[in-house]
Design a protein around this ligand. Structure first.
Ligand SMILES: [Zn+2]
Ligand SMILES: [Zn+2]
Length: 601
C-alpha cells in the first residue's frame, strides 16, 4: 500500500513560515491499495490539494472511497473544496460512524448550508453514496477495512486497512481511556488494551499525538493522545512504524523536531526497533507487509450498518448524584434517547424485565450500596449478557468490575459531550456486535429428546472423555467439549481443558450450530459480528476460535462436539473431516445412553 499525507495538522489549519516543513493543512491521508484503489482518510483542508492532484493527474471519471474518522470540523472542512465532487460522472463512496439520530448526509449537509457555503450538498455533480458504519469489517476493492471506536468527544473511528499482508492503522483523535497512561508508563488494561490489540502488528500506525505528557493535565477530556501514550501503546502492540499526527496548531516545526529527537532517544534507550516519524504534509511512504497483519481481519461486510442495528434505545439511569445524572440526561437528550430514572435496586431489577433497557448506568458512591453487587445480580437475569452496564465512579475498579460483569466505567467529572460519545458508542457497539442464537423450530421436540436421554447432570464418563481428549489432540486445540444445549444452558457431558460444566445458553456458540443444524466454524470471533462482544469472547474465557459439529439423536439436534482456542485459526478440510468423525462416535455413545430409557418409555 502507498500512503501520502495531505494534511497532518490538528484542530485548525495553521499555514505560515513556522509550519512549512510539517505542513499547516488539517487531516487528510491518501492510501492507494496494491490493486490501485483510492482510499482517502479524513477530509480536512488537506483534501483540497489532493483533489487538484487527482484532477490533473488522472483521467475522468474519478472514483474513490473516503473514510471519515468523525465529523469534527477539522476532519470534514475540506469536503466543499474537493474538486472531484463537482464533476458529473465521478463516483465517491463516503463512510463514517453511524450516528444515533442524525444521518451522515445530514451532518455533512450542515456545514454546507447557505449561511456557511454557497453550494449545497445536493448540487454537487458527482454521484456520492453514503455508508454508515458500526464496529466491524468491510471490504474496499482489494483491501479489508476494520473499524473500532476511539475515545473522543464525538463518535470517532480508528480504521485498520489490510492488503497483501500489510496493515495500516489510522487512529486520530483519541484520548487515553485511563488517564494514568498519558505519561506512557503504567499497565495497559481495559479499553486501552482493546485499542492496543487493534494496533497489533501493524506496519504503520498514524496516531494522534497532539500533546506531550507535561501538557496533558491541562487538556484532560479534550480527546487527544500524548506522544508518550502513543509510543507506549504502539510498542506494546508490536507496531513497526509510527507516524505522529494531529500536530497541535501551537506546535511549530522546530518543536516537532524536538519531540521526534526525544522520542527516538527514548526508544533507543529501551532498545526498541520501532521507527517513529511525524506525519509530514506532502510526504509519501510505501508500506510492505511482513505477513503479520493479515490475521486481524475476517473478510465480511459486517461493519456496514443495517437500519435495524440500533432499534429503539432506552437508558436506565440509577444515579443519585444530581450533577452526574443531569449531565447524563443532557447527553441522552441530545440524541433523543429516552431515559428512565430509578432509585432502588428493586426498581432497577424490575425495570430490566418491564422496560427492556438497552443500557444501564449505575453509580459508585460513598455511603451507598455497592453497584458491583447490583451488577452481579443483573447478570444473573436472563437476556442481560449483552446489556451494557456502566458504573459512574471516581476511580476505576478493573478487577472488581470484570468479576461483576461491568461493561465500562465513566469516571467523574465528565462533560456532557464526553458522556454523549460514550453512551453512543456503548449503545451502537452492543447493538451490532453480538447476537443470540435463534430458537430452532423443533425446540420443544428437541428438548424432549435430550431430556429422554437422561444424560443431563450425570457424572463424567470415560467413553465421552476419551473422545474429547481425542478431538483436542488431533486438532491441537486446548479445549474440546460435548456440549448439550438445554432450555437455558449448555451443559458439558465431557469437558477437556476447562473446569466449568455449564454456561448460559444465550452466550453459547453451540446454540448457533444447533439452530442451524450444521457445522459452525468461527475462525476469529473478534472479527465476527455475531460473536465479537459475546461474553465468552470479551470475558475471561477469551474464546477466539470455535468449531462445533452438531450431534443428532434421531431427527433432533441436541448439542455439539466442539473445539475452542484462545487464538484465531483455520481448519483444513481434512481436520473438518476428523472433527465430524469424532462427532459421529459421540453420537453413537449418546444413542447407547438413550436406548434403555427410550424403550422403557
Ligand atoms: Zn481533530
Ligand atoms: Zn475531533
Amino acid at each position: 500500500m502507498r500512503v501520502r499525507f495531505w494534511g497532518a495538522r490538528g484542530s485548525l489549519a495553521t499555514p505560515g513560515p513556522t509550519t512549512v516543513r510539517y505542513g499547516g493543512n488539517t487531516s487528510c491521508v491518501q492510501v492507494t491499495t496494491p490493486g490501485g484503489a483510492l482510499i482517502i482518510i479524513d477530509c480536512g483542508t488537506g483534501i483540497r490539494g489532493l483533489g487538484q492532484h487527482l484532477i490533473s493527474s488522472q483521467r475522468a471519471p474519478l472514483s474513490g472511497h473516503i473514510l471519515i474518522s468523525h465529523t469534527h470540523w477539522d476532519h470534514i472542512q475540506g469536503i466543499p473544496f474537493f474538486g472531484p465532487f463537482f464533476a458529473a460522472g465521478n463516483t465517491w463512496d463516503i463512510y463514517a460512524p453511524k450516528g444515533v439520530r442524525h444521518s451522515l448526509r445530514d451532518t455533512l449537509e450542515g456545514q454546507m448550508q447557505y449561511s456557511y457555503f454557497p453550494v449545497q450538498l445536493d448540487e454537487l455533480g458527482a454521484d456520492i453514496r453514503y455508508h454508515e458504519l458500526v464496529e466491524g469489517n468491510f471490504r474496499i476493492a482489494d483491501a479489508t477495512v476494520r473499524t473500532q471506536y476511539l475515545n473522543h468527544p464525538a463518535l470517532t473511528f480508528a480504521y485498520r486497512l489490510e492488503a497483501e499482508g500489510a496493515a495500516i492503522v489510522y487512529a486520530s483523535d483519541h484520548e487515553p481511556h485511563s488517564r494514568h497512561l498519558a505519561d506512557g508508563t503504567g499497565e495497559i488494561g481495559g479499553e486501552d488494551l482493546r485499542h492496543c490489540e487493534f494496533l497489533a502488528g501493524a506496519d504503520l500506525v498514524i496516531h494522534d499525538a497532539q500533546y506531550i505528557a507535561e501538557e496533558y493535565p491541562q487538556k484532560i477530556g479534550w480527546g487527544h493522545s500524548t506522544v508518550e501514550y502513543t509510543l507506549a501503546l504502539c510498542r506494546a502492540a508490536g507496531v513497526k512504524r509510527v507516524a505522529l499526527t494531529h500536530h497541535d496548531p501551537a506546535r511549530d516545526d522546530d518543536a516537532i523536531d524536538r519531540i521526534l529527537t526525544k522520542a527516538r532517544a527514548n526508544l533507543q534507550d529501551v532498545g526498541s526497533a520501532m521507527e517513529v516519524m511525524a506525519a509530514t504534509e506532502g510526504s509519501a511512504l510505501s508500506i510492505k507487509g511482513e505477513g503479520q497483519g493479515t490475521s486481524r481481519v475476517e473478510r465480511n461486510e459486517s461493519a456496514i450498518s443495517k437500519a435495524s442495528a440500533f432499534g429503539n434505545p432506552l437508558i436506565l439511569l440509577a444515579v443519585t448524584d444530581r450533577s452526574a445524572a443531569d449531565t447524563l440526561l443532557d447527553a441522552a437528550n441530545a440524541d433523543q434517547v429516552p431515559v428512565v430514572e430509578t432509585r432502588s435496586w428493586d426498581a432497577v431489577l424490575d425495570a430490566i424485565g418491564e422496560k427492556q433497557p438497552s443500557l444501564i448506568v449505575l453509580e459508585q458512591k460513598v455511603g451507598s450500596p455497592d453497584p458491583l453487587e447490583l451488577c452481579s445480580k443483573i447478570r444473573t437475569l436472563r437476556g442481560t449478557h449483552d446489556l451494557p452496564v456502566i458504573v459512574v465512579a471516581d476511580a476505576e475498579d478493573c478487577e472488581g468490575g470484570l468479576a461483576a460483569g461491568v461493561t465500562d466505567w465513566l469516571i467523574r467529572p465528565f462533560s456532557s459531550a464526553y458522556a454523549r460519545t460514550r453512551l453512543r458508542a456503548w449503545l451502537l457497539r452492543t447493538a451490532a456486535r453480538w447476537v443470540q442464537a435463534p430458537l430452532p423450530p423443533d425446540e420443544e421436540q428437541r428438548l424432549a429428546t435430550l431430556h429422554r436421554l437422561g444424560i443431563l447432570d450425570t457424572p463424567e464418563e470415560q467413553r465421552f472423555d476419551r473422545l474429547t481428549r481425542l478431538a483436542a489432540g488431533i486438532l491441537r486445540v486446548p479445549v474440546a467439549l460435548v456440549s448439550l444445549v438445554d432450555r437455558d444452558r449448555q451443559w458439558f457431558k465431557s469437558a477437556h481443558g476447562v473446569e466449568v460444566r455449564q454456561t448460559p445458553r444465550e452466550s453459547s456458540f453451540c446454540a448457533h450450530a444447533v439452530a442451524a443444524r450444521e457445522l459452525l466454524v468461527v475462525p476469529d470471533a473478534l472479527a465476527d459480528n455475531r460473536f465479537a462482544d459475546n461474553p465468552q469472547v470479551s470475558g475471561s474465557t477469551r474464546v477466539r476460535f470455535y468449531a462445533g459439529c452438531p450431534l443428532f439423536v434421531g431427527q433432533s439436534c441436541i448439542g455439539t462436539l466442539c473445539v475452542l482456542d484462545v487464538r484465531p485459526r483455520q481448519l483444513s478440510l481434512e481436520q473438518v473431516g476428523l472433527l465430524k468423525d469424532v462427532a459421529s462416535l459421540v453420537e453413537h455413545e449418546l444413542q447407547q445412553s438413550g436406548a434403555p430409557r427410550l424403550s422403557a418409555g
